[in-house]
Design a protein around this ligand. Structure first.
Ligand code: FES
Length: 127
């Protein structure tokens, strides 16, 4: 099952905390209220500058619905205070806090911690 294998490459176990803070790009490289994709060890990571909320989020770029690398181009918004991204293809929506799919029976996505320091965006990984 190639699809399951690909999804598993994004599975993160954050229970032991971040081991590596990856310097992704400058803050100014990300559009306001939008996303961009960065690569880390062969993974595509969608990073969102949710400037309306003054928050940053990161998740896998891979949409589990049709296994498309598109989430960084999705629309971001909020549902009852919860930040979310909608896939640009079929509008499956995922929480940027938990990775849960909010509007369909769909696999969850992996999310990653983000921090901003000295004008740079860092993404936390466990490996
Ligand atoms: S590919 Fe993302 S919702 Fe269909």
């Amino acid at each position: 099952m190639e699809i399951v294998k690909e999804l598993k490459t994004y599975t993160e176990d954050n229970t032991n905390g971040v081991k590596i803070w990856f310097k992704a790009a400058r803050v100014i490289d990300f559009p306001e209220n939008g996303g961009a994709c960065v690569k880390y060890k062969g993974l595509q990571i969608a990073v969102f500058n949710f400037s309306r909320r003054k928050e940053w989020y990161a998740c896998q770029n891979l949409c589990p619905h049709k296994m498309q690398m598109v989430l960084s181009r999705g629309m971001i918004g909020s549902t009852t205070g919860e930040p979310k991204v909608a896939c640009p293809f079929h509008k499956k929506t995922f929480s940027l806090q938990t990775g849960n799919c909010l509007n369909a029976e769909e696999e969850n996505i992996s999310i990653f911690p983000v921090k901003v320091e000295d004008g740079f965006v860092y993404i936390g990984f466990t490996r």
